[in-house]
Design a protein around this ligand. Structure first.
Ligand code: KIV
Length: 287
């Protein structure tokens, strides 16, 4: 699929898609070229996800990611995207102390980073925070289930909502976040039946990642889907290409060709006329 026009999408287009029975696509990008590829592919939303801490910065989780690091990447991504909605993740510590902290970091993400909307992780305990940001004029995408910023509390990257009680809590979380004014909600790593039920109960779109096919849309991290991250592969991350293998092969071929004299060839080099070269030899012989 490719982007039809340069018309900038808005959050209302997402709801229209759901009303027409179409799926929403969201992909996490980390920099200028990855955002260009994603924007041109025709997806609806580019997530400036704090997973960039792992895929682009080499951290072992999203926990250390700072607001400044998010803004740095958001700026590059927003220079590349002309069509998709830009969703800027607020990282751990950017919205946890107070509503005014949440609002000022959401404003930074929009004003400095160029995002259109922000995403925050957390259940009903963050509904009031989400409402404060929405009331300040910035649309909020919620994120429940596996919320990677809280891996210590969750005991690692684990599926959430598997018991009756935990599933019911996810429903309560989703309803509270919708009531707080969130325009969409990411459901990460939860049982497919629970995600389908949440999708049926909500008016706002659900975007699943490891939440089964019953959601209104799907999210994948570009680095996972094209095989550019080799540390681990979540079960839900389908690999559509092996860029790691391709790049490794290219690097091997480069070294082999240099060793064998196959690179660089005439077409990769610059020439000097015989006349200029003779003058050049003459000039250095006089020194
Ligand atoms: O940071 C990210 O890429 C995310 C998705 C996994 C939803 O939050």
């Amino acid at each position: 699929m490719s982007g039809d026009t340069q018309k900038k999408l808005t959050i209302f287009d997402l709801q229209d898609k759901v009303d027409r029975g179409e799926k929403i696509f969201q992909v996490t990008a980390v920099d200028f070229p990855s955002a260009q590829l994603v924007d041109r592919s025709g997806v609806d939303c580019i997530l400036i996800g704090d997973s960039l801490g792992m895929t682009a910065l080499g951290y072992s989780s999203t926990v250390p990611v700072t607001m400044d690091e998010m803004i740095h990447h958001a700026k590059a991504i927003s220079r590349a995207a002309s069509r998709s909605i830009l969703v800027g993740d607020l990282p751990l510590g950017a919205y946890h102390s107070s509503h005014s902290e949440a609002i000022s970091n959401a404003m930074r993400m929009v004003k400095e980073g160029g995002a259109d909307v922000v995403k925050i992780e957390g259940g009903e305990e963050f509904a009031a925070t989400a409402k404060a940001v929405v009331d300040a004029g910035i649309p909020v995408m919620a994120h429940i289930g596996l919320t990677p910023q809280l891996i210590s509390k969750l005991g690692g990257f684990r599926v959430q909502g598997k018991s009756a009680e935990a599933g019911a809590q996810l429903v309560a979380d989703a309803l509270a976040l919708e009531a707080a004014g969130c325009f969409a909600i990411v459901l990460e790593a939860i049982p497919d039946r629970v995600a389908t039920l949440i999708t049926e109960k909500l008016r706002i779109p659900t975007i699943g990642i490891g939440a089964g096919p019953g959601c209104d849309g799907q999210n994948l991290v570009l680095h996972d889907m094209v095989g550019l991250f080799d540390r681990f592969a979540p079960k839900f991350a389908k690999k559509y290409a092996d860029c790691w293998g391709l790049i490794t092969k290219a690097l091997d071929e480069f070294q082999d060709e240099v060793k064998n004299g196959q690179f660089p060839m005439k077409e990769h080099s610059f020439s000097m006329s015989d006349e200029d070269y003779a003058a050049f030899l003459d000039s250095i012989s006089k020194k």
